[in-house]
Design a protein around this ligand. Structure first.
Ligand SMILES: NC(=O)c1ccc[n+]([C@@H]2O[C@H](COP(=O)([O-])OP(=O)(O)OC[C@H]3O[C@@H](n4cnc5c(N)ncnc54)[C@H](OP(=O)(O)O)[C@@H]3O)[C@@H](O)[C@H]2O)c1
Length: 247
């Protein structure tokens, strides 16, 4: 997948929402989607970071972005419905949704895992994706064809000791992707897939592996071919897949 070369106008006229768009992989995906012609809706919790991404998109002359500040930790059903109605009023449809925001939680044995952290990880990494998807489905159905991408992880397919709620949340993410893909197949224009980014040079990775030399792992830019492929029309026939962004 790393070898996919996206046409320059791959995402022309598409409206795409990216969660966690202020930093790490989400920031890079938002910039790449905009570069390939999309109007990107930047969702995140730190407005200052979203502003910087917005400015970079503007500076490069890409389609003007939109910012929707939302803390996925505190948000409730009503907030997602309100968000959907703001997007509906502004754009009328949605062509792509990248579920990217996530938190790591504790790296410790389940026997000692802090229950409040467990719940927080599940809220941010799982429940928010369910509520956001449910609220946005009517608008994704308005698109000629739309793509939902979830973000998985190696520990979302094979659990490893001490990865705690994060690992459980990524298994749940894979399940959510598979459920939606099966339920929407044949009856809608929506395809649903997941990406496992693999080791990628971000704050989350540095926090999980403090002793690792960041220069030895892939940058977010290097994994973008998969993010572009699954968001653009070259992947119209792909549904229900969990794809590795790195070999
Ligand atoms: N990096 C890797 O090696 C790797 C490997 C496998 C999977 N992943 C997955 O890839 C995705 C992106 O990870 P990353 O490495 O880019 O992490 P990151 O650098 O920590 O970025 C995470 C993003 O999510 C946002 N976020 C966190 N909590 C949020 C909340 N409560 N409400 C709204 N936004 C929130 C962050 O916002 P702030 O900047 O405001 O905190 C940030 O923009 C995650 O789902 C992660 O699990 C990463």
């Amino acid at each position: 997948m790393m070898s996919y070369q996206a046409p320059k106008d791959l995402l022309k006229d598409k409206i795409i929402l990216v969660t966690g768009a202020g930093d790490g992989i989400g920031k890079t995906a938002a910039l790449h989607y905009a570069k390939h012609g999309a109007t990107v809706i930047l969702l995140g919790r730190t407005t200052k970071k979203l502003d910087l991404v917005y400015d970079e998109i503007e500076k490069n002359g890409y389609p003007q972005a939109a910012i929707v500040p939302l803390n996925l930790d505190g948000a409730v059903e009503h907030d997602y419905i309100e968000l959907a109605s703001i997007i509906e009023n502004e754009f009328g449809r949605l062509d792509g949704l990248l579920h990217n925001a996530g938190i790591l939680g504790n790296r410790t044995a389940l026997a000692n895992y802090e229950p409040s952290t467990f719940e927080q990880v599940m809220r941010v990494n799982v429940t928010s994706q369910f509520l956001l998807t449910q609220a946005l489905l009517p608008m994704l159905l308005q698109s000629e064809n739309s793509s939902i991408i979830f973000t998985s992880s190696g520990v979302g397919r094979k659990a490893k000791a001490y990865w705690g709620a994060y690992s459980i949340s990524k298994f749940a993410t894979e399940a959510m992707m598979q459920l939606l893909a099966a339920e929407l197949e044949n009856t809608s224009n929506i395809r649903v897939n997941a990406i496992n980014p693999g080791a990628t040079r971000t704050n989350m990775r540095a926090y999980a592996y403090p002793a690792e030399d960041p220069a030895t792992i892939a940058t977010p830019e290097q994994i973008m071919p998969t993010y572009l492929y699954l968001m653009g029309n070259d992947s119209l026939a792909v549904n229900g897949e969990s794809i590795d962004a790195q070999p």
